[in-house]
Design a protein around this ligand. Structure first.
Ligand code: MG
Ligand code: MG
Length: 271
């Protein structure tokens, strides 16, 4: 059952999403060769609590940490450890926060120092596919329209689209209806209505779409050992159009990056 949100609830959800956005921004300046994942995880936990929120993933289904920390061939659900980051790594960081009874949940894949060209392209295309998908989250469309758009975009670049894990509705629960797969057929699935909030999150592999899971019961990694990328935004459907609740702007501020990629998904300011 889809839980449609009121305007007031969407504002609370924006607050929760921004707790995560600021946390990813804080981490952006810390992610470099030699950085210790468990230390960054602790920093993230404290930073979330300082903002009057609690970590959304810590203890959820018994997950042991604040961050999902998934380097290189790990797709999602990796567990932070003492293995320092290395030059040329990519690290997918997924973070959740619970504030005022609502969840924020979003993710970014960072390059550690200089990464090679194929990896750079994987990150670029995966992030672009997120916006290609968000653009289809509009009134009149269905789950399959977002799904198809992401799949088509990534497969046209020769990448593998992970199927076993999907985006989702977001609200008082971390995972609400509908499921938001990154593959599918146009015109299929649940219809979008105003007041829906979803987490759209392409998980894209450089090689095969096949995955495996480590014995820790959490970590998902690519079956062929090639890198994977994961970008996620929290998006509300308002007045028929997608509006971002989360932002990568704190990350870009930390990294000195200029981007207007989010502009089309912001509410137009009225005078
Ligand atoms: Mg997430
Ligand atoms: Mg999610």
């Amino acid at each position: 059952m889809i839980h449609v949100k009121t305007t007031e609830e969407i504002e609370l959800m924006r607050d929760s999403a921004l707790v995560v956005s600021r946390t990813l921004g804080m981490l952006a300046s810390e992610i470099k060769p030699g950085a210790n994942p468990l230390k960054l995880d602790k920093m993230a936990e404290e930073f979330i609590r300082e903002q009057g929120a609690v970590p959304g993933f810590l203890g959820m289904y018994d997950f042991p940490n604040t961050l999902n920390w998934s380097p290189n061939a790990q797709v999602v659900h990796g567990i932070p450890n003492n293995e320092p980051l290395k030059e040329g790594d990519v690290i997918s960081v997924d973070c959740g926060a619970l504030k005022n009874g609502f969840y924020g949940d979003h993710a970014y894949t960072f390059a550690v120092g200089e990464v090679n060209e194929p990896v750079k392209k994987l990150l670029k295309v995966t992030k672009e596919s997120l916006y290609v998908g968000i653009r289809e989250f509009k009134l009149g469309n269905r789950v399959g329209d977002v799904a198809y758009a992401i799949q088509n975009y990534c497969e046209s670049h020769g990448y593998g689209v992970v199927r076993e894990l999907v985006g989702h509705g977001l609200g008082k629960d971390l995972h609400e209806d509908p499921q938001m797969p990154n593959y599918g057929k146009r015109g299929r699935g649940k219809k979008f209505v105003n007041g829906m909030v979803v987490a759209i999150e392409p998980m894209i592999n450089m090689g095969t779409r096949r995955i495996k899971q480590l014995k820790d019961g959490w970590t998902i990694l690519t079956a062929d050992g090639q890198p994977s990328a994961h970008f996620e935004h929290d998006v509300a459907l308002i007045d028929g159009k997608p509006e971002l609740l989360s932002t990568f702007q704190y990350i870009y501020d930390a990294l000195g990056v200029t981007s207007n990629e989010e502009e089309e998904f912001r509410a137009k300011k009225t005078a």
